[in-house]
Design a protein around this ligand. Structure first.
Ligand code: IMP
Length: 200
């Protein structure tokens, strides 16, 4: 079978977040007919794997097999070198049920103080998986390296953006023009790899 995706193919975005489904559709250049797992009433699987790729694959596989359609899923987060890669796959969970990233960024700062390391190296990872129903999967990962800054800087972006200074830049993701972030982000890099693998 071909692992290329033809324009107009119906794809399930394995997410219950309507904003994320729209973002995925745009990052795939509007080539596909995207429906979200939420729209199809599919259950949300527990993210029980230990890696970004593992969780992306698990979500794509579950949606593809349930829906009988090719599915795409992502998993992403911030990893801090001095914290052995934390929060990593737990990035969203560190913000708690209220999705309070002020709290999550504070927690990163406190953990760094606890370990007493001056190492501020960190990176964002985005894993993307595409699964065919009862068939193969393709998975790719994009990464952007940088350093952490405290206090947080900038009101733009989301999540941990205000504490992340990408390598070679003097503005955090929270200060940067969104188009500039989109040009170098982990997500953009992962989508480039996915498109190279799957587009005709
Ligand atoms: P996911 O939606 O389960 O993949 O969770 C990803 C979490 O990682 C988000 O809630 C953010 O906390 C964090 N994250 C991922 N990408 C970014 C980014 O580009 N900027 C800031 N935080 C991010």
């Amino acid at each position: 079978m071909s692992l290329k995706l033809q324009n107009g193919t119906r794809l399930v975005a394995a997410t219950h977040n309507p904003g994320k489904a729209v973002e995925i559709a745009a990052l795939l250049d509007g080539r596909f007919d995207i429906v979200s797992a939420g729209d199809l009433g599919l259950p949300e699987p527990d993210e029980i794997e230990q890696t970004f790729m593992g969780n992306a694959l698990l979500k794509a596989r579950a949606a593809a097999d349930r829906a009988g359609l090719v599915a795409i899923a992502d998993d992403s987060g911030l990893s801090v070198a001095a914290l052995d890669g934390a929060p990593g796959i737990f990035s969203a969970r560190w913000a708690g049920p209220d999705k309070d990233f002020g709290h999550a960024m504070k927690k990163v700062e406190e953990r760094l103080e606890e370990v007493g390391s001056g190492d501020r190296a960190a990176w964002f990872t985005s894993a993307l998986a595409v699964a065919w129903p009862d068939g193969p999967c393709v998975v790719v990962e994009g990464r952007v390296d940088g350093t952490l800054v405290f206090p947080p800087r900038g009101e733009r972006g989301f999540g941990y953006d205000p504490i992340f200074l990408p390598e070679g830049r003097d503005q955090t993701f929270g200060e940067m023009d969104p188009a500039e972030k989109d040009a170098l982000s982990h997500r953009a890099r992962a989508f480039e790899k996915l498109k190279a693998a799957l587009f005709e």
